[in-house]
Design a protein around this ligand. Structure first.
Ligand code: ZN
Length: 279
């Protein structure tokens, strides 16, 4: 049984607002997500921690610390915050993490997978954990797809394989009888969303299929997505079920809220009641 769920921030960062909303005009998206002087919008990188029986599970690992100053400047990474610090504040020790579920290997989700140790060697950050990644996503990332070359950095996943800490997941699977992994192919190949029940509520960690509550509206799809029409279909399937079964969506990148319900007004899906805490 799931005993505890905590949303744990990695950091705030920023991405180009146009890229975050694809074909949607700035006059529309800037109402909810105002851009800075470089046209970037603020985004959160919010991971989730789950305790299930004797398992201590982390979903995604954030941006990590291997990037240089130029990278931090381009992406406005706030270095006053980070995942390790926030795990510590919640009395969670990195060495106690047994499982890491990676939604996909883009740098903002998997950058914290590895660290450079005192000998200058890249090693897994969570040395006692099994890292669960869709096989399709791992193979896709390994193939260095040209459109996503800046997003898939091998330093974030090769050391996991070398350390024998990788578990490749094949399609829709349930981990430890309670955590459903739902594969997606619109944003990238083999992303996985994470669904679970806790305290009589169903939660869906929506990763980059619905990165913020501003993306609930089906045509609001990121320009980064490699197959946007598939993203729209995937969103429709999930949102319909979310309304029917009253799920709470947990947003990895929403700068303002950690989650919300979804409502359908007869024409489109919208943000419902906001959620500030999982319990
Ligand atoms: Zn992302």
């Amino acid at each position: 049984m799931i005993k505890k769920v905590i949303a744990i921030m990695d950091t705030m960062f920023a991405l180009d607002g146009g890229a975050m909303f694809g074909v949607v005009p700035k006059t529309l998206w800037s109402k909810t997500n105002p851009a800075d002087d470089k046209n970037r919008i603020d985004l959160a990188m919010r991971t989730t921690y789950i305790e299930l029986n004797d398992k201590k599970i982390l979903i995604d690992t954030g941006i990590g610390h291997k990037n240089n100053e130029k990278f931090d400047k381009i992406f406005k990474v706030n270095r006053n915050q980070d995942l390790m610090l926030n795990l510590g504040e919640n009395s969670i020790n990195a060495d106690d993490i047994t499982d890491v579920i990676i939604t996909h290997l883009h740098f903002d989700h998997a950058g914290g997978n590895t660290i450079i140790n005192e000998n200058g060697k890249l090693v897994p950050t969570f040395k006692n954990a099994t890292y669960h990644i869709q096989k399709d996503n791992f193979n896709h990332a390994m193939s260095s797809p040209i459109r996503e070359r800046a997003s898939y950095l091998k330093e974030n996943f090769l050391p996991i394989q070398e350390a024998n800490q990788l578990n490749l997941i094949d399609g829709n699977q349930t981990l430890f009888n309670e955590i459903e992994l739902i594969p997606q192919y619109g944003h990238t190949i083999g992303q996985q969303l994470v669904k679970f029940n806790f305290n009589n509520e169903t939660y869906l960690y929506t990763a980059d299929t619905i990165p913020t509550s501003s993306h609930i509206n089906i045509p609001f799809v990121m320009g980064y997505d490699i197959q946007p029409l598939i993203t729209m279909k995937e969103k429709e399937i999930l949102l319909k079920q979310a309304v029917e079964e009253n799920w709470t969506l947990l947003y990895e990148h929403d700068p303002f809220i950690m989650g919300s319900k979804v409502i359908f007004d007869g024409k489109k899906y919208k943000k419902g009641k906001e959620v500030t805490d999982v319990d």
